[in-house]
Ligand binder design. Sequence first.
Ligand SMILES: Cc1cc2nc3c(=O)[nH]c(=O)nc-3n(C[C@H](O)[C@H](O)[C@H](O)COP(=O)(O)OP(=O)(O)OC[C@H]3O[C@@H](n4cnc5c(N)ncnc54)[C@H](O)[C@@H]3O)c2cc1C
Length: 747
Amino acid sequence: METGKTSGPSATLQTLPGDDVRQILWRYADRCDLAMLVQAARAAARGPVARLVAEGGRNTHEWTRQKAQLLRVFDESGITAAFLEPEHGGFIEGPKNLALALIAFELSWVDAGAATCSLAGNLALAPIHERGTPEQRACYMSRCAPAKPGEERQPWRGAFALTEPLPYVGVETGMLGGKVRVAEWEEGKEPILQVDKRGRFITNMGFANFVTAAVDSADPRIKGSCMVIVEDTDPGVYDRGVPTRKLVHQLSSTRDPVLSLRVPASRIIGGYSVKDGVIIPRYSHGEIIEAVFRRTRVTVGLMTAAKLLSAVEPVIRYARSRFRGGESGGPGSPRYDLGLQQKEDVVHRLTDVWAMGEASASLGFAAARLFDQLDPLERRKDQILAERKIEGGRAQFKALAKVQAEALELVGLAAKPEGQRDAQRNQALKDDPLTQFALLDSVASVLCPACKLWNTGQGANTMREAVSLMGGYGVTEDCPGFLGHKWMDAQLEATYEGPEAVQRRQLSVTMTNELFLAQFQQWIAELRQVAAHHPGTGAGTLATAMQLWFWTLNHLRRATDADGAKLYHGNRQGVTFPLADALCWLLAARCLLLDVLELQAKGPANPALAEALPGLLDFYTDLCHVQCARAAGEVGRICAELVFGYNRQPAWTPEASGAGSGKGDSDGLEGLIPGMGSAASAGAEAAEGGKALPAKAGPWVQFGGLEPFVRLRVKLDGCLTGARLAKDRAAEALTKVMIPEALDYPV
Ligand SMILES: Cc1cc2nc3c(=O)[nH]c(=O)nc-3n(C[C@H](O)[C@H](O)[C@H](O)COP(=O)(O)OP(=O)(O)OC[C@H]3O[C@@H](n4cnc5c(N)ncnc54)[C@H](O)[C@@H]3O)c2cc1C
């Protein structure tokens, strides 16, 4: 039971959360460079970008002069260079995932097409950044750096071409139609390659100077596939193709290019070796895109998060002012002051939009920060393996399996009380970069697809709710905050860089990694502690929902359906995909909870927040509770369908349980829990830190092997105690919070 705040009045949420709050929640309060970058990106978004949208810049899919001017704005504001290393013209030292995530968030607050236009340049460079040779990196990164003061030079722009016309590459990235052949290979000289690639829906193609393209070998003298760089001045055809007649992200350029060019073999990304007269690219196209997408997809997830949070202020303003100027009531009357906010549903739905927005931002930024931690560890891991001369897929696989075992050992040690574990071994494992890498990598491999999948897919659904709160205004070009555009744009974010099916497929593999699952169990234990110390956050509910998900996964991995077929199987997307979806709800709610705890811990140290902090904390606690309850509801529903849905026989017999035996309207569940009928007793117990429910009683036995599931499910429902009270409080806060007179864009 999570009723921690029912007694006594709550502090009031005074204003919408500003940068002081965001910096703490998303952990960049100590990064001046990022704070400045946020300001610069915001000025670009709420100034030139917003004006272009307001002037109707989105009404054409052509690449116009006005749209092209945004590239200059991005160059001047530091957005373009943020991706680059300082030695190539950038200004951020070290990993840049969080920095790029913040830029994407700020630009998408106004228009995600503008964000995509900037990010697609990074995507073009990403294969070179992740797997390019030092020469390739130096060459293309420096060319893409904006000119320094006094320099006469146009920065290069790039495009990333993987997707091809039907029937080739889309979701299935292996079916490459693009080909590479040897065009010339003179003795002792570098081979010249003929590259033929047709692209479909390629961003930045209206102006890109170079393209990083995925191609397959069509020549016995080249092994496998690779990614190759082609330039607009290479000999041959560099046809930008027809513009895509898209309905979304119109501030970016998208075309179907036709490329047929001759390039030196040194353009193969990552380089190549020659063995027995065959060119062997160092990396296949699959290896490169995996390294690229696992980072860039996080930023896409944040685009949709920004949309949801950007909707809060316009929706509040619209609702409050809805009836002003009418005949009945003037200032001071509820109809005038609150307008549509007098209606419970309006504020409840906006609470949901806000909670979803916060949770998706929390998940996205957590993933971005994780990759900032992981990047140096990944390089260190590669270095160590090279030093130990562990090369080739099989040898590396073997070495990493040992590391995985050690990482699992470390999780086991961490779970033990301090006095009971081997402190020396614990420390040695903790200090080992390979162990650290394995731990973080197993989580990153889940968080990235989860954030791309959940933020964009659920975000698109939630954007519809936000639009509906604006009534007819929501689906007009004039809608404040461009909410109608954002709703449609969210669907593209759910599609490009791999649609939802791709993310679900990836999650169905990575979420069964034992190392991830060991940490997941550790998180459940931690949440139990949090529930004990921070009642009202929804931590206990979340812990129980996570337990239910974990039980369901283990059950489905062993179980078969009514016909004896395996349930948890790659081809059985009806099982694996919903379970992946359920996990995302849990991860997002957990990230929000951790952020709220951070605000609680660090907020008091910021004097600028002093007065507002109690109201902020009460509000965020309620919002977190709302989101945990929602996640629990989704997880309970999905898991129950999967656990029971593949059986033909009911899990219990009505006769045995007393139903239909003349004992009245029994549903067969009486006596499940002593005192059933008072759900609070289950909830109260759940809130105490997850003690098991009472031992077998009444018809529990009827559920056979599914009994633990039924117990957990009942417990989970009981955990929802107080969740609606939290929503009532959060909704009330929305009726009182102060908002500025007018939206700060377009200006
Ligand atoms: C505006 C825009 C910009 C883009 N920019 C770029 C770019 O810069 N570079 C680039 O390379 N690409 C780009 N794309 C392409 C984009 O990445 C692809 O559209 C996307 O990956 C999906 O491929 P597809 O459209 O061929 O869908 P398909 O492969 O035809 O899939 C359609 C649907 O079928 C289902 N499906 C397909 N396969 C499976 C499966 N195995 N399991 C379950 N379900 C499945 C899914 O529901 C999926 O959404 C862009 C697209 C757009 C619209």
